[in-house]
Ligand binder design. Structure first.
Ligand code: AHR
Length: 543
């Protein structure tokens, strides 16, 4: 063992139950536990170079968007308990969950599905709640859908969160008339009977619909259509989506998924904005499945290192999937009018044993935190076209921010990463280069050790995120900054001892961000030297 290997970096992480400023700049520790991770660094530091004068596009805040589908306990129980519930709520929405979501600055919520959207009939969800029809949720567990949450409740949720709205219309089993009338009900500002009906139900002014989706997964649960058939239907349905100028949402076509770029290609070639029809962007879906096999996806916890690396490798595919789709858009839409919106993404595991298979309930571990951060770093690098993404889903479903059990709730590691990345919302992307970035390998699988992204936040400060994918070894990173003099550093890290560390109702604070120790983050001769613990996400603010 040479002297280098003898040099063990003890990355002492002061684990604080911190009151964390939402911009990550100040911390007030109220209690401490200490974790010491002794890790051997690699031989030479990873070299990151950021030219702070070369700015890129704005990282749209909606890249941090959420998805709330009528699925399992995602909406009912997880967020909506109804005004009569003993669980403290505001007009039916749980105060604890809404409070936590507000702290992570949810910028946008997509609703009501997903597959559910193409069986949702908006008239079922208006008027007196006790008189609304009961339907069966045939997509998700075949349970009763009582329609307690409908249009007005959703917009109240968005208001309480201070979030933009993305309403997904029913193309699959609806009609152009039904979709057009929903749009009129939502946005009409005159005396039309639908605008008056909305007023009768308590909402005078039009709702602010920011995005409207024309169907969902038309190639699958949304109607098993060919792209040609969907394109014709889009033209037909979207022609009748009319709204007063100030209330017109951006209209999003339902696009492709995974490796298939034909939807992006065909839609962007064949749908054109007309005088009476909008086309503002298209969607794309990609889920991270550890094994890559839908029939046996892999467990959310208790996995071995082979599924740690396969999950991260599969999630990193997002970069090439986006690139392949953007290549089609650059060709078909050179003026960059169309946005590319990954409106479903995240991990999809085998459901937790003993839970309803149709509810898609899964635990959420440190691995999910890294998945989220790796995707954010990818989305930032495509911010020119990727204007919105929606992680699936917000509460209790798939890669959730929050899990609930009766009146209890916990924040997942994914929640914490979203909160750590808040400074990136609407920040100016700063391209960076990474050199000397060794691969982390296991058997025949390898991925880059470090993923990084940098931006100038809206408050003018620089922000840098780093992910160390290696679960066994810390990484030394040297950041060369040109065009900026730095005198102050603050940082936070999210890590844990186990790859599948997660929060439980018995121990809800097992995984949470802590202040990055000053030893792990130093300025030397104008360079920033960082020690990034194994399997961690770090966000540093530079002033
Ligand atoms: O997010 C769960 C489901 O995944 C959505 O309803 C559907 O669009 C996708 O297949």
């Amino acid at each position: 063992m040479n002297s280098f290997h003898q040099k063990i970096i003890a990355a002492t992480i002061i684990s604080t139950l911190s009151t964390l400023s939402t911009l990550g700049g100040s911390f007030s520790a109220s209690a401490t536990t200490a974790t010491t991770a002794a890790q051997t660094p690699q031989k030479a530091a990873v070299q990151i170079t950021i030219d702070t004068k070369k700015t890129g596009p704005v990282i749209n805040k909606n890249i941090y968007g959420q998805f709330a589908e009528h699925l399992g306990t995602g909406v009912y129980e997880g967020m909506w308990v109804g005004p009569e519930s003993p669980i403290p709520n505001t007009r039916g929405w749980r105060n604890d969950v809404i409070g936590a979501l507000k702290k992570m600055h949810v910028p946008l919520v997509r609703w009501p599905g997903g597959c559910f959207a193409d069986e949702y009939h908006w008239r079922d969800g208006i008027g007196a709640r006790e008189q609304r029809p009961v339907k069966m949720n045939t997509n998700w567990g075949n349970v009763e859908e009582r329609n307690a949450v409908g249009t007005h409740e959703f917009f109240d949720l968005a208001d309480q969160l201070g979030a933009d709205t993305y309403v997904n219309g029913n193309l699959g089993s609806g009609t152009p008339q039904e979709m057009a009338e929903w749009m009129e009900y939502l946005t009409g500002d005159g005396k039309s009977s639908l605008a008056e009906l909305r007023r009768k139900h308590g909402r005078d002014k039009p709702f602010k619909v920011d995005f409207f989706g024309v169907g969902n997964e038309a190639w699958g649960c949304g109607g098993n259509m060919t792209v040609q058939h969907y394109t014709s239907l889009y033209n037909q349905y979207a022609s009748f989506l009319k709204a007063p100028k100030d209330y017109m949402p951006k209209i999003i076509a339902s696009g492709g998924h995974d490796d298939d770029t034909t939807w992006t290609d065909y839609l962007s070639k064949n749908i054109h904005e007309q005088w009476n029809m909008r086309f503002d962007g298209l969607s794309f879906h990609y889920y991270t499945v550890p094994t890559g096999v839908w029939e046996k996806k892999g467990a959310a916890t208790g996995f071995a290192e082979d599924q740690w690396i396969s999950t991260l490798k599969n999630t990193l595919r997002m970069d090439s999937l986006i690139k392949n789709n953007l290549a089609k858009l650059v060709k078909n839409d050179p003026q960059n009018k169309l946005s590319f919106n990954v409106d479903e993404w995240g991990t999809w595991y085998d459901v937790e044993p003993g839970t309803n298979a149709g509810f898609l309930y899964q635990q959420n571990s440190l691995r999910d935190a890294l998945v989220a951060a790796l995707n954010f770093n990818i989305f930032h690098s495509h911010a020119e076209r990727v204007k919105m993404t929606n992680i699936a889903q917000m509460v209790n479903v798939l890669q959730a921010m929050i899990l609930t059990e009766k009146d209890k709730m916990l924040l997942t590691p994914t929640y914490h990463v979203f909160e750590m990345y808040v400074p990136f919302q609407n920040a100016q992307f700063l391209p960076l280069t990474i050199k000397n970035n060794p691969d982390y390998r296991l058997g025949k699988t390898s991925i880059p050790t470090i993923s990084a992204s940098s931006a100038r936040a809206v408050d003018g400060k620089l922000v840098l995120s780093l992910v160390n994918t290696n679960p066994n070894q810390a990484a030394e990173v040297e950041v060369n900054l040109t065009g900026e003099k730095i005198s102050k550093l603050t940082g936070r890290v999210l890590t844990a001892t186990a790859m599948d560390a997660h929060n439980t109702f018995a121990n809800p604070a097992a995984v949470q961000p802590v202040v990055l120790n000053a030893n792990a983050m130093q300025l030397k001769e104008g360079k920033l030297q960082l020690s990034i613990p194994a399997k961690s996400v770090v966000v540093v603010r530079l002033e």
